[in-house]
Design a protein around this ligand. Structure first.
Ligand code: PLP
Length: 216
């Protein structure tokens, strides 16, 4: 299954984040040994333990909600944080990145789903973050794009509309705040159940778990 997905994504220039949450290190090693080195986890404690046990050249992506007081544990190694949803969190990432003498790449998580429970910013909040003086002082983070999760529904039209919305927000923020910054290019959208729609709507990065590792 992995090779089929990779072939499909490769032909479209879309990156795969293999979501390994709840799966044992052995399962991750199997995938790693087949040549794939980009993995996503949604819990800090789990990503830290796995990072210690697995090869150093894995790119670890934190895709789940991140609490400010836990940033310090992932700052030494995390490759991309998908879930920045406040200026306060970004400020802490910047602080911990500086301590580790790094620049940490981050995505702003946008709230695009109709469910209330999902984290993320709306467009206005993202604009406020990007215009704040504090943001412009941060030298140890880099915003490389946006992330979003569609509503968990069988209604494909709704899912498609939510992905379209994320793409629109991306284009709007790009032209207003990142016009000359090539690094702002990622749209992290699409999971096992909806990644095909996400790609049709402009995803550059999909986060796929159960389709690769089996049901959790
Ligand atoms: C678990 C998770 C995924 C992957 O979900 P699957 O349906 O297993 O592909 C993607 N993104 C986030 C934020 C997740 O928490």
């Amino acid at each position: 299954m992995l090779q089929e997905i990779l072939k499909e994504l490769h032909s479209k220039g879309v990156m795969l984040v293999a979501v390994s949450k709840t799966k044992p290190v052995e399962a991750i090693l199997d995938i790693y040994n087949s040549g794939h080195k980009i993995f996503g986890e949604n819990r800090v404690q789990e990503i830290v333990v796995k990072q210690e046990q697995l090869p150093n050249d894995i790119e670890w992506h934190l895709i789940g909600h991140l609490q400010t007081n836990k940033v310090k544990y992932i700052a030494p190694f995390v490759h991309l944080i998908h879930s920045i949803d406040s200026l306060k969190l970004l400020k802490e990432v910047n602080k911990q990145a500086l301590k580790n003498n790094r620049v940490i790449d981050c995505l702003l998580q946008m709230h695009i789903a109709e469910e209330e429970t999902k984290y993320g910013l709306n467009k206005k909040e993202a604009e406020e973050l990007l215009t704040s003086p504090l943001f412009h002082e941060m030298e140890n983070i880099r915003i490389t794009g946006l992330m979003g999760m569609a509503t968990f529904t069988y209604n494909e039209d709704q899912v498609r509309q939510e992905f379209k919305n994320l793409k629109d927000i991306f284009e709007s923020l790009k032209s207003r705040f990142f016009k000359n910054e090539d690094a702002f290019k990622e749209i992290s959208m699409g999971m096992s159940g909806d990644y095909k729609i996400a790609i049709e709507e402009g995803s550059t990065m999909v986060r796929i778990g159960s389709l690769i590792f089996g049901a959790r």
